[in-house]
Structures are given as C-alpha cells and as structure tokens.
Design a protein around this ligand. Structure first.
Ligand SMILES: Nc1ncnc2c1ncn2[C@@H]1O[C@H](COP(=O)(O)OP(=O)(O)OP(=O)(O)O)[C@@H](O)[C@H]1O
Length: 336
C-alpha cells in the first residue's frame, strides 16, 4: 500500500506539485493521467525519491520514506521499483546481467542472484533471451527486462512512468497483461503514470487526473466512467463522432450494461411513440463494469420530458440533448 499525503514539489519559484493526496491499496493498480506539463514525471521522480519533495509524506507499508536519510533511505527505497519510458538498460550488459544489477548493487550472494534472475526472467517470459544484449531485443522485450529489473529487490510498489509510451498496441497489451499478473499473483501495488487512456481502461482499478500540479479528480474507474459532467469520464468513454441525419435531435445517453434490458431502445420508442435512431455508441468494459455511451437521433416532435422519463425507467441517464436546429447550424459551420 502506498499513501501520498500533501506532496508538494517546488522548483525555484515554480510549484510543480501542489498538495497531492493519493492512496493506493495493496495489490491494486492506480493510474495517474494528465496533460503534458501537468507534473506527471515530477510526481514519478518524487515518489521514488529520485527527487526530494518540498513537503508532504510518502508512506509505503506504514513507513514514511520522506523522513528517512542515508542507509535507511536506501534500504527503504527498495520498496518501490521503477520502470521508465525508455527501458534504460545498459547496452554492454546482457538481459540477465541487467536484471542482476540491483541485486549486485545490494551485495546479494552470487548463488542468490542467479536464482532470482532466473525467477524474474521466467516471470516476464524471457528466459530464452537471458544472454541477449538490449540491441538484440524488441522494444517490448526491453520493457519486460526493465520490469524484471524493477522487481529484482521484491518491491511492494511498482512505479511505471509511461512504460508503454511508444509501443505498438499488441506490445502494450502484453505489457499491461504482465502488470495485471504482477498485481494478482505477486500482490504488487502498481502506480502507472500515463497519458494513454487505453492504458487506464486496460488495467487501472483507480484513476486520478493531475492538472497543473494538483489532483483535480479521482476515484475507482468503474465509478468514474458513470459520472456525468466529468472530464475523466469523457476521456475514458468518449462519445464517438456521428454522421448526423438532417432534422433529428441528438440525445446523448449513458447506461450500465449490466442493469438495462437488451430491449430498452425499442421499448422506450414504443412508450413515447417515436422511432429512435441509434447513431453511435461506445460500450466499455472497465474494472468489472460495462458502461455505454450512445447518441440517439430523435424526431423533434417528441415530448422531451416523456422521453427522459421513459429512459430513466429503463435505467438510462440523459447526459445532453442537442436540438435539431442547433445540430443543423453546427453541420453548416463545423468551426462554430
Ligand atoms: N526543475 C524544474 N524547474 C522548473 N520547472 C520545472 C522543473 N521540472 C519541471 N518543471 C515544470 O513543471 C511542469 C511539470 O513538468 P513535468 O515534466 O513533471 O510534466 P509532465 O506531466 O510529465 O509532462 P510531459 O507529459 O510533457 O512529460 C512543467 O511546466 C515543467 O516546465
């Protein structure tokens, strides 16, 4: 478990992190997202104490790392393994030697190092690449080796700073599957810093949005995607663009797929006496719940309150209505 409280980092007169509070339970994956310049990299470097925070605490398994100095700090830092965007492997060392580095640095006996390196390479499914040099590995394989190295000292927290940025979708998926395995099988707590919403949808249990050094929104992914009027929710579950048929109002609705009848669309149409057109939709399974966002095309003659009520009866929430006249204006002038 990692608990960050009141974390502040100033660089000269700039306050790059401004009172970050974030708690991640054991064996959970938290994602921190945010635009460029929000402070994500600084947060990563401060959490693993590559940089000292200006104030605040970073408590891992009950111990405040910011209160420690010298040897105590070096030992306690083992609790947090880090994987960066660039795998940062040493070019002249083989995969196995790279994984062994932190173990050598901490003076473990040679037999123990060999045993652990074997275990770690097996865990990341790269035993057959043990003697390869980084240049002989693919980007995904290099990241797996970096993850193995990050786990070498058996940390309870793994910090991933944009570890999948720049990887192709299949490779990203395989790295995310590995992180999930580490959470579930080794009970590692994982903090993923990313600008990729696919990563959040793919693995995060909880998500926090960082903006100008502050966490402006956070919560369990399954709950966040259900929020109305939430930037995180819209980013996680965007409304796809639609080709708009002339003369229809657009209704943007949201629902929890587990709670609605598969026949809701036809039933609502019958109740209000107009046909409803399904123009676009996105249904996402994330953190165990399935949430959908759809755009319906509706004839303007519909009684708005009756339709809204009929949707509510089916468990569907209306997020926005754009009347046909406004739609027509927008279609004529897309820059508006
Ligand atoms: N040492 C420093 N001195 C002054 N300003 C800094 C320093 N380090 C970071 N900053 C500023 O703090 C802000 C956050 O930087 P940071 O690199 O942490 O953001 P980021 O969210 O990781 O962005 P990106 O996704 O583009 O890497 C930026 O405006 C940056 O210019």
């Amino acid at each position: 478990m990692i608990e960050i409280a009141g974390l502040t980092k100033s660089c000269g007169s700039t306050r790059v992190l401004d009172g970050i509070d974030l708690r991640v339970e054991s064996a959970r994956i938290a994602a921190v997202v945010g635009p460029s310049g929000a402070g994500k990299s600084t947060l990563a470097r401060t959490i693993n104490l590559l940089e000292r925070p200006t104030s605040g605490s970073i408590v891992v398994n009950g111990r405040d790392l910011t209160a420690l100095q010298g040897r105590e700090l070096r030992t306690a830092r083992r609790e947090i393994g880090t994987v960066f965007q660039q795998a940062n492997l040493l070019r002249r060392l083989t995969a196995a030697q790279n994984v062994a580095l932190p173990l050598r640095h901490h003076g473990l006996p040679e037999a123990e190092i060999r045993r652990r390196v074997y275990e770690l390479l097996e865990r990341v499914d790269l035993l057959n690449r043990a003697s390869h040099y980084p240049s002989q590995l693919s980007g995904g394989q290099r990241q797996r080796i970096a993850i193995a190295r990050g786990l070498a000292l058996r940390p309870s927290v793994l910090l991933s700073d944009e570890a999948t940025a720049g990887l192709d979708p299949d490779t990203t998926a395989s790295i995310l599957a590995l992180l999930r395995e580490l959470r579930d099988e080794l009970q590692v707590t994982i903090l993923v810093i990313t600008h990729e919403m696919d990563v959040v949808r793919g693995i995060a249990d909880v998500v926090a949005r960082l903006d100008r050094g502050r966490i402006v929104e956070q919560g369990p992914v399954a709950e966040v995607v259900r929020r109305s009027d939430s930037d995180l929710s819209r980013a996680l579950l965007p409304v796809p663009a639609v080709a708009v048929p002339a003369g229809l109002d657009l209704w943007q609705v949201r629902y929890d797929a587990a709670r609605v009848s598969p026949y809701w669309l036809a039933r609502v149409g019958r109740t209000v006496g107009v046909d409803l057109a399904l123009l676009s939709g996105l249904v996402e399974e994330s953190a165990g719940s399935t949430v959908g966002r759809l755009t319906l095309g509706v004839e303007p003659r519909v009684d708005v309150e009756s339709l809204r009520a009929a949707l509510v009866t089916e468990g569907i929430e209306t997020e926005a209505i754009t009347r046909a006249a406004v739609v027509a204006e927008r279609v004529e002038d897309p820059a508006a």
